[in-house]
Write a protein that binds this ligand. Structure first.
Ligand code: SF4
Ligand code: SF4
Length: 379
């Protein structure tokens, strides 16, 4: 699939329909910057969702040893997001087109799955740091979005909310964070300011950057972007920089129509947090509303697993990169009337159901410093 020497990208992004603006409305001059502390997890930590969720918050990732390891590694990467910029710019780094190509190739060399570049929308910069509450000031011109697949095989095997769910999230958070930290440091060594943003140290809101960088469209799963190649099965990091870079354009692969017909995630969400209705304007963004308290409480308070990614698992766009699924995917993008049949066919083929025969992980739960086999162990 990869056309070396022609395109740097492993997926055929050059075949996507490009547009001047994202497929959902954004009133640029009215969007208010937010504090990262306004998100569901900080609100859970503060006790806004009740004492039980507040009590579970410190352990909901750490209670499984694999997600705990990955979160600890992410915390180490949180200290590596910025640094000194080389005093002199490297030769051969003044052409934005050549730079963009080189930066994408570097990110793919570091094992990124998809990369896109946009101008950094000022409203994507958070107002305050979640942990220190210090004001955030970032006037970098560009943002590089980096996606990491959460792994198709594991996504097919799990039930959506069992003991591997947080490990899938934190594997992608940590690897995308590793790539962002290295890429930012590399750009600084080339003589340009750059800062890595990853799950343990975001200074920017990710969804608007992914939209403008042509990495996906807003989907029914609330404040989430869906990729035409990975579905919602990814986590993202971002590098902001002043290195001159050619930008990508937003994409439109028919997802707004698809999500309006599908509703599979809304049907199967265990906490019924996903809307069955239409898109709404929220802080001058158009998106499907999601009940943040229900979703966060399910992920933090889950007593039968660690986290939740049921919506990611059951989405018809969560498919492996095979010829068969690529043909179905291109049909969905181009033939609107086929989309209802696709959702029906997805259910009929049993996609979204767990595959216990593919299970590879151990169900374990740490309680009082010791690992136990949890009562909800899926034999
Ligand atoms: S993560 Fe789980 S609870 Fe949250 S919206 Fe998705 S399916 Fe629902
Ligand atoms: S499951 Fe269906 S409605 Fe939900 S995000 Fe995926 S395509 Fe959209």
């Amino acid at each position: 699939m990869r056309r070396l020497g022609v395109h740097p990208d492993p997926f055929p992004v050059w075949k996507l329909k490009r547009t001047e603006r994202p497929s959902t409305r954004i009133i640029d001059d009215k969007v208010q910057r937010k504090s990262e502390g306004d998100g569901g997890f900080p609100r859970a930590e503060s006790g806004e969702f009740g004492p039980f969720i507040q009590q579970e918050y410190p352990r909901f990732v750490m209670k499984h040893p694999l997600s705990g390891v990955l979160m600890d590694m992410g915390r180490k990467l949180a200290k590596m997001v910025d640094g000194t910029v080389a005093p002199k710019r490297a030769p051969g780094t003044h052409d934005p087109v050549a730079n963009a190509r080189h930066i994408k190739e570097t990110a793919y060399f570091l094992r990124a799955d998809l990369v896109g570049i946009c101008e950094l929308p000022p409203y994507a910069v958070f107002t305050h740091d979640r942990y220190t509450n210090e004001p955030i000031d970032c006037d970098h011109k560009y943002a590089i979005g980096i996606l990491i697949d959460q792994d198709w095989r594991t996504a097919a095997a799990f039930n959506g909310h069992d003991w591997i769910s947080n490990s899938m999230s934190f594997m992608s958070y940590t690897i995308s964070g590793f790539i962002a930290c290295n890429l930012a440091e590399y750009i600084r060594r080339l003589g340009y300011p750059a800062r890595a943003n990853h799950a343990m140290n975001y200074n920017v809101a990710v969804p608007p950057i992914l939209l403008w960088a042509g990495l996906g469209e807003m989907c029914r799963i609330g404040d989430m972007v869906l990729s035409p190649f990975l579905g919602p099965r990814f986590k993202a990091s971002v590098v902001t920089t002043d290195m001159p870079l050619a930008i990508d354009k937003p994409i439109d692969f028919g997802l707004q129509d698809f999500c309006s017909k599908c509703l599979k995630c809304a049907r199967l969400c265990p906490s019924q947090a996903i809307s069955h209705g239409d898109r709404e304007m929220h802080n001058s963004y158009e998106r499907w509303p999601v009940d943040v308290e229900r979703c966060t409480s399910m992920r933090v308070g889950n007593q039968h697993g660690s986290g939740c990614g049921t919506c990611i698992k059951v989405c018809p766009w969560n498919k492996p990169n095979t010829t068969f699924h690529r043909i179905i995917g291109w049909t969905m993008m181009r033939i609107p009337f086929a989309r209802r049949f696709a959702v029906w066919g997805d259910d009929f083929m049993g996609y979204g159901k767990p595959k216990p025969e593919w299970k590879w992980w151990m169900d374990l739960e740490e309680v009082d410093g010791e690992l136990h086999i949890p009562e909800s162990h899926d034999k």
